[in-house]
Design a protein around this ligand. Structure first.
Ligand code: NAG
Ligand code: NAG
Ligand code: NAG
Ligand code: NAG
Ligand code: NAG
Ligand code: NAG
Ligand code: NAG
Length: 844
């Protein structure tokens, strides 16, 4: 622990000293060499209360290249906080502002939007894209609904800073005001500490572009541009504070604040440091809690988190020590401001680079006391900035670069290339099959629920297959690791060995095609499931990478989350959150576990449907799970369902209705259409989910070879009974009498639709979800009647007053006798592969 502190201190000090070297001038004021302020669409110049003057539209026409109609809108009666929001300039075709940059380096770009009322345009419904310098996407299909200001900080390396507005799909674009203002070099340093792993440095930060997400004067009031040293706006933190009673604001006179040698008010003005939040009730005997702020961040990006501190609470030096957490991880351990700054009321800041996989939801910033008897039990924060960092395709908004390249899709470069190269390598011997590309179905645009904004863009190149197969396996592997950011936390082999009691066979909680899954407890007490792959299997490597790649960019309540990985000594180990109650299937049949109620089954089905719905529609590119089955739906300690096992998952490229690929999946769950056409769509998951729904209802495996022939395949058998209207005859006997018939019908209907012969006839996961929720409502209503009637089930009778009675599992001793053939049921391994052809994910 002492070493860790030392490390963090040395890091801390180096940040301070680097500030010294980058800012020898130590000036308090900064006169921007470039300072363009334009009140777009306005007939006269506009002076704001902060005394900045925005030039009129006509005097700024020299900056604008625009061929379209001149459209300037005014709403003089508008009740707006600043006069720049009264006028707007509308562009009916591409428009480019270009500004001469007199000194290259950091520049603020601030774009002001307000859809002003007018007769001709519905500005609230516009959709447009803004690109800076032809390469940096600032806004993608943006549609401002009210007054909005977007602020960027970019290192301009050319003498021409251009900002291009272009409407999407016939929509006009508009803007109310533009600011392009130089910022001092020291505003961002090139080298920043990574939040995790501790000690890692991120270099080349000055090549990044930033978008302001949050900038807070913690414990203080709003600071407007006129009162900031660089024209920034600082909000109050109140709105983000998790529990106000745990925090108390405190302030001193700003004039008392001093800066370190090399520090500068340009980083943040004294007013930011002169106020703070400290622990509320910190006078109680042993306060031990964090002061917590909560933020909403898109986890597709990395962020720069800047924490501002100034000890305005201590009476003497060296009494305040506290921990600072970002995203639930320790960012500064035992911060001792007295030692770092050598005094009280001295400004200090610390930058932390947060990689996308560290971005939790909600994203927390916390300060809390040390768990040691030393010093005051207190913790403070004076200011906080959270800046989004451009992604790998140089976009700050969405997965597409200015050239249409995708950060996530099949053109994602090395990661995808490696995956496919490996598949190619592994299966080329079996005879690569020609991949046929079907035309996109006509009804794709209206039926498909994938984000429609993917459609107009083209996919990147797919030339990687040939070239990357040439390199050796080893170099491909390292390329894979160094080129991705979303890998979760790195865990050492020793750490995992310890966690699993040296891979104790008693810790094995699952066995799959990939290898064993162990139960483990990490040093910090986190319970985990450790999936240790068999390094011999090429397919294993492939699935390992797919899973890592998929999970690292996905985070959702109904998807099992990845905690970390280990690739030491050619190991392939994935570490997940531990799911206490294991696979859903075990609670339905075969394991003799207590029966779960209908309501609980509905809730679990709804959870799983939500997870799948998110996969299909939530991420920038749709993802098809490809192995939906009851063993891949896991339950946590509160029986919340989460989808797991992304080893076979596939991205659907931009605008693709399907991917052509060899058929993989599990017997009994396989979409017959996918099987016939070898074309994978999200509807293949829907089919498999339909089979899962039948399992839930009938409590038997999807395939049971021990049964008479016509009963082996659950989907076929159950659908025969459904068509005869006799489905209730084959449902789980435990449900008889406890299931509202309307609820069951709704549920069975949903299952039947999922199992439609043709994908186009199947509902989307969103529709399935809706139906299941409806089935739950019907059950709830039905149950209340049943209870009030007093003639209800044994369940209801046992606790007639509790409407949530169905949440508790009921133990039924005769579970095992239920299905005598159970023991002979074939094991559905986690990656039962029907045909091991090479798979190809392509783009049109
Ligand atoms: C600056 O702060 C002073 C006092 O806090 C306030 O009266 C004034 O309105 C502020 N000016 C601007 C431009 O925000
Ligand atoms: C600046 O760049 C933009 C976009 O590339 C271009 O349209 C414009 O002509 C350039 N302006 C100057 C003065 O070079
Ligand atoms: C801007 O980026 C270039 C490299 O792209 C770098 O050389 C330069 O130092 C950066 N400017 C600042 C002010 O950091
Ligand atoms: C705390 O904030 C409130 C307003 O939010 C202000 O009135 C009060 O003076 C502040 N207290 C301190 C000690 O700064
Ligand atoms: C403070 O937050 C961190 C990170 O979320 C957590 O690990 C720690 O246990 C919390 N401390 C207290 C006292 O709640
Ligand atoms: C942001 O864009 C720059 C320039 O294209 C690139 O060098 C950098 O890697 C990007 N940042 C991230 C986090 O990918
Ligand atoms: C009560 O149950 C009886 C038979 O079980 C049924 O006929 C009647 O409609 C029920 N009443 C209500 C209010 O549900």
């Amino acid at each position: 622990m002492a070493i860790l502190h030392l490390l963090i201190f040395s890091v801390t000090v180096s940040v301070v000293s680097s500030a010294v070297t980058t800012n020898p001038a130590k000036s308090d004021t900064f006169k921007p060499p470039d300072n363009y302020l334009i009140d777009c669409g306005s007939s006269s110049q506009t002076t704001l209360p902060d005394r900045r003057t925005f030039t009129s539209d006509s005097t700024s026409s020299q900056y604008l290249q625009y061929e379209g109609r001149e459209i300037n809108l005014h709403d003089q009666s508008a009740n707006v906080p600043l006069p720049i929001y009264k006028s707007a300039k509308v562009f009916d075709s591409k428009a480019t502002y270009s500004f001469h940059v007199s000194k290259t380096g950091w520049h603020w770009v601030r774009l002001h939007f307000n859809p002003v009322k007018n007769k001709e345009f519905k500005l609230q419904e516009t959709k447009f894209t803004v690109v800076a310098c032809e390469t940096l996407v600032l806004l993608h299909e943006y549609s401002p609904k009210g007054i909005e200001m977007q602020e960027y900080l970019m290192n301009v390396t050319t003498e021409n800073l251009s900002i291009r507005f272009s409407g999407e799909k016939q929509s006009p674009a508009f803007v109310n005001a533009i600011e392009v203002v130089s910022a001092p070099d020291m505003v961002v340093s090139d080298n920043v500490d990574s939040l995790f792993p501790v000690g890692k440095k991120i270099d080349g930060v000055t090549r990044f572009s930033f978008q302001k997400m949050y900038r807070l004067n913690v414990g203080g009031a709003v600071i407007g541009p006129g009162n900031d040293t660089l024209g920034r706006n600082w909000d109050s933190d109140k709105r983000y504070l998790k529990s106000e009673s745990f925090a108390k604001n405190i302030s001193i006179a700003p004039s008392v604040v001093t800066y370190l040698e090399g520090g500068s008010p340009l980083i943040a003005p004294p007013t930011v440091y002169a106020s703070a939040m400290e622990m509320g009730n910190s006078n109680t005997i042993a306060p031990n809690f964090n002061v917590t702020w909560e933020f909403d961040l898109d986890h597709a990006y990395a962020y720069l988190v800047r924490l501002h501190f100034c000890d305005i609470v201590s009476k003497s030096l060296n009494t305040l020590y506290f921990n600072v957490y970002v995203g639930g991880k320790i960012a500064i351990s035992a911060l001792d401001l007295s030692t770092v700054t050598g005094g009280l009321s001295v400004a200090y800041y610390k930058d932390v680079f947060v990689e996308p996989e560290m971005v939790s939801s909600p994203f927390l910033v916390q300060v809390g006391p040390l768990n040691e008897p030393t010093g005051d039990k207190n913790a403070i924060l004076n200011g906080l900035e959270i800046l989004r960092i451009n992604n790998s395709v140089n976009s700050l908004d969405g997965a597409f670069g200015a050239d249409g390249k995708s950060a996530l899709g099949p053109s994602r470069g090395t990661v995808a290339a490696v995956g496919f190269a490996m598949m190619f390598g592994a299966f080329a011997g079996l005879g690569a099959m020609a991949v046929k590309w079907q035309k996109r179905p006509q009804d794709w645009q209206k039926k498909n629920s994938f984000s429609s904004w993917l459609l107009p863009l083209h996919a990147g190149d797919n030339s990687f297959m040939g070239s990357s197969t040439k390199t050796s396996l080893g170099s491909k592997k390292s390329a894979f690791y160094s080129s991705t950011m979303g890998l979760g936390r790195y865990l050492s082999f020793a750490e995992l060995q310890e966690a699993t009691k040296n891979w104790d066979s008693n810790s094995v909680i699952g066995v799959g095609g990939f290898g064993n899954v162990y139960y483990g407890v990490l040093e910090d007490g986190t319970k985990v499931a450790v999936k240790r792959g068999n390094p011999q299997s090429e397919q294993g490597i492939n699935e390992f990478q797919t899973e890592l790649q998929m999970l690292s960019k996905l985070r959702h309540r109904h998807l099992v989350s990845l905690i970390g990985y280990c690739d030491e000594n050619a190991e392939m180990i994935l570490v997940y959150e531990f799911m206490q109650h294991g696979p859903m299937r075990d609670h339905l049949y075969g394991k003799g576990l207590p029966t779960i109620s209908w309501k609980q089954r509905l809730e679990i089905s709804i959870g799983a449907a939500r997870g799948l719905h998110y996969l299909h529609t939530g991420a920038a590119t749709a993802i098809i799970h490809r192995d939906v089955k009851s063993t891949n739906i896991l339950l946590d300690e509160s029986f919340v369902a989460k989808m797991s096992d992304f080893g076979l998952s596939k991205d659907v490229g931009m605008g693709q209705a399907h991917v052509s690929t060899a058929v993989k999946g599990s017997f009994g769950y396989l979409d017959p259409e996918y099987f016939r056409k070898q074309q994978l769509t999200d509807k293949s998951d829907v089919y498999s989910f339909g089979v899962v729904l039948l399992e839930v209802l009938c409590a038997r495996p999807a395939i049971d070879p021990s049964l008479p022939r016509e009963q082996v395949n659950l989907a076929e058998w159950a659908m025969q009974w459904k068509r005869k209207g006799l489905l209730d005859k084959i449902i789980d006997p435990h449900l008889v009498g406890h299931i509202n018939p309307e609820s069951m019908n709704k549920f069975a209907e949903a299952a039947e639709k999922c199992l439609a012969e043709y994908g186009v006839d199947r509902p989307s996961m969103g529709d399935v979800l809706w139906n299941l929720e409806y089935a739950l409502q019907l059950q709830d209503q039905g149950k209340t009647d049943e209870e009030s009637n007093g003639s209800g089930s044994a369940l209801a009778n046992s606790a007639p007053l509790a409407p949530t009675v169905d949440n508790r599992p009921v133990t039924t001793p005769a579970q095992a006798s239920q299905n005598p053939a159970e023991v002979q049921v074939i094991e559905e391994h986690s990656s039962t592969t029907m045909f091991a052809h090479h798979a190809n994910l392509n783009s049109r």
